[in-house]
Design a protein around this ligand. Structure first.
Ligand SMILES: [Zn+2]
Length: 140
Protein backbone atom coordinates (compact mmCIF):
# COMPACT_ATOMS: atom_id res chain seq x y z
CA UNK A 1 0.00 0.00 0.00
CA UNK A 2 2.65 2.44 1.00
CA UNK A 3 5.18 1.31 -1.56
CA UNK A 4 7.88 -1.14 -0.71
CA UNK A 5 8.05 -1.87 2.99
CA UNK A 6 11.58 -2.39 4.18
CA UNK A 7 12.21 -6.09 4.63
CA UNK A 8 15.64 -5.65 6.12
CA UNK A 9 15.83 -5.51 9.87
CA UNK A 10 17.98 -2.61 10.86
CA UNK A 11 20.59 -3.39 13.44
CA UNK A 12 19.30 -2.51 16.89
CA UNK A 13 22.60 -0.94 17.74
CA UNK A 14 21.40 2.07 15.77
CA UNK A 15 23.93 1.55 13.01
CA UNK A 16 22.49 2.06 9.55
CA UNK A 17 23.33 -1.36 8.22
CA UNK A 18 21.34 -4.54 8.42
CA UNK A 19 22.11 -7.05 11.09
CA UNK A 20 23.39 -9.55 8.55
CA UNK A 21 25.76 -7.09 6.96
CA UNK A 22 27.18 -5.32 9.90
CA UNK A 23 29.93 -7.48 11.30
CA UNK A 24 31.27 -4.75 13.52
CA UNK A 25 28.12 -4.62 15.59
CA UNK A 26 28.93 -6.56 18.72
CA UNK A 27 25.68 -5.99 20.54
CA UNK A 28 23.55 -8.59 18.82
CA UNK A 29 19.96 -9.35 19.74
CA UNK A 30 21.22 -12.47 21.39
CA UNK A 31 23.40 -10.63 23.86
CA UNK A 32 20.53 -8.25 24.46
CA UNK A 33 18.50 -11.25 25.54
CA UNK A 34 21.27 -12.29 27.87
CA UNK A 35 21.41 -8.87 29.49
CA UNK A 36 17.64 -8.65 29.64
CA UNK A 37 17.56 -11.95 31.51
CA UNK A 38 20.28 -10.80 33.88
CA UNK A 39 18.41 -7.57 34.54
CA UNK A 40 15.15 -9.38 35.20
CA UNK A 41 16.88 -11.82 37.55
CA UNK A 42 18.50 -8.97 39.44
CA UNK A 43 15.18 -7.12 39.68
CA UNK A 44 13.58 -10.24 41.16
CA UNK A 45 16.45 -10.59 43.64
CA UNK A 46 16.08 -7.01 44.78
CA UNK A 47 12.34 -7.43 45.11
CA UNK A 48 12.86 -10.53 47.25
CA UNK A 49 15.42 -8.97 49.58
CA UNK A 50 13.23 -5.92 49.89
CA UNK A 51 10.38 -8.10 51.07
CA UNK A 52 12.60 -10.00 53.48
CA UNK A 53 13.86 -6.80 55.10
CA UNK A 54 10.42 -5.25 55.31
CA UNK A 55 10.22 -6.33 58.94
CA UNK A 56 13.31 -4.36 59.98
CA UNK A 57 12.02 -1.18 58.34
CA UNK A 58 8.89 -1.12 60.48
CA UNK A 59 8.56 1.72 62.92
CA UNK A 60 10.73 1.33 65.99
CA UNK A 61 7.91 2.64 68.17
CA UNK A 62 6.28 -0.75 68.07
CA UNK A 63 8.95 -2.10 70.40
CA UNK A 64 8.87 0.79 72.82
CA UNK A 65 7.43 -1.06 75.74
CA UNK A 66 9.48 -4.19 75.40
CA UNK A 67 13.01 -2.86 74.92
CA UNK A 68 15.30 -0.68 76.97
CA UNK A 69 16.88 2.58 75.91
CA UNK A 70 20.14 1.13 74.56
CA UNK A 71 18.49 -1.54 72.50
CA UNK A 72 16.05 1.07 71.30
CA UNK A 73 18.97 3.09 69.93
CA UNK A 74 20.21 -0.12 68.34
CA UNK A 75 16.82 -0.65 66.84
CA UNK A 76 16.72 2.88 65.46
CA UNK A 77 20.19 2.44 63.97
CA UNK A 78 19.39 -0.84 62.33
CA UNK A 79 16.15 0.60 61.04
CA UNK A 80 18.05 3.53 59.55
CA UNK A 81 20.41 1.06 57.91
CA UNK A 82 17.53 -0.97 56.60
CA UNK A 83 15.97 2.18 55.16
CA UNK A 84 19.25 3.16 53.51
CA UNK A 85 19.50 -0.31 51.99
CA UNK A 86 15.98 0.02 50.73
CA UNK A 87 16.83 3.33 49.09
CA UNK A 88 19.80 1.68 47.35
CA UNK A 89 17.54 -1.10 46.17
CA UNK A 90 15.03 1.40 44.84
CA UNK A 91 17.79 3.23 42.97
CA UNK A 92 19.03 -0.01 41.43
CA UNK A 93 15.50 -1.01 40.44
CA UNK A 94 15.26 2.36 38.73
CA UNK A 95 18.49 1.72 36.80
CA UNK A 96 17.27 -1.74 35.83
CA UNK A 97 13.94 -0.39 34.61
CA UNK A 98 15.64 2.16 32.39
CA UNK A 99 18.17 -0.41 31.14
CA UNK A 100 15.26 -2.66 30.12
CA UNK A 101 13.64 0.30 28.38
CA UNK A 102 16.90 0.92 26.49
CA UNK A 103 16.94 -2.71 25.39
CA UNK A 104 13.44 -2.24 23.98
CA UNK A 105 14.36 0.97 22.19
CA UNK A 106 17.59 -0.49 20.82
CA UNK A 107 19.82 1.92 22.69
CA UNK A 108 21.12 -0.58 25.16
CA UNK A 109 24.87 -0.99 25.42
CA UNK A 110 25.52 2.59 24.40
CA UNK A 111 26.62 5.17 26.93
CA UNK A 112 23.74 7.57 27.67
CA UNK A 113 26.16 10.48 27.79
CA UNK A 114 28.66 10.05 24.94
CA UNK A 115 26.77 7.30 23.02
CA UNK A 116 29.91 5.23 22.68
CA UNK A 117 29.65 1.51 23.17
CA UNK A 118 29.93 0.43 26.79
CA UNK A 119 32.59 -2.19 27.45
CA UNK A 120 30.80 -5.57 27.63
CA UNK A 121 32.93 -6.42 30.66
CA UNK A 122 31.29 -3.52 32.42
CA UNK A 123 27.83 -4.70 31.44
CA UNK A 124 28.59 -8.21 32.55
CA UNK A 125 29.59 -6.83 35.91
CA UNK A 126 26.42 -4.77 36.19
CA UNK A 127 24.04 -4.80 33.21
CA UNK A 128 22.13 -1.81 34.57
CA UNK A 129 25.08 0.60 34.18
CA UNK A 130 24.01 3.40 31.80
CA UNK A 131 27.41 4.97 31.08
CA UNK A 132 30.82 4.01 29.76
CA UNK A 133 33.78 3.96 32.11
CA UNK A 134 35.08 7.30 30.82
CA UNK A 135 31.83 9.14 31.50
CA UNK A 136 31.31 7.33 34.80
CA UNK A 137 34.69 8.41 36.13
CA UNK A 138 34.21 11.92 34.78
CA UNK A 139 30.97 12.29 36.69
CA UNK A 140 32.25 11.12 40.01
ZN1 LIG B 1 30.32 7.66 27.72
Amino acid sequence: MFGESPKVKVCKNRCEMTKELHEGCKMSDKSHDKYRQKLLNRAAEIQASSEISQESRKAVELDQTSVGRVSRIDAIQSQAMALANERNRAAEQQRITSALARIESGEYGLCIICEEEIDPKRLNFDPSLPTCITCASRNK
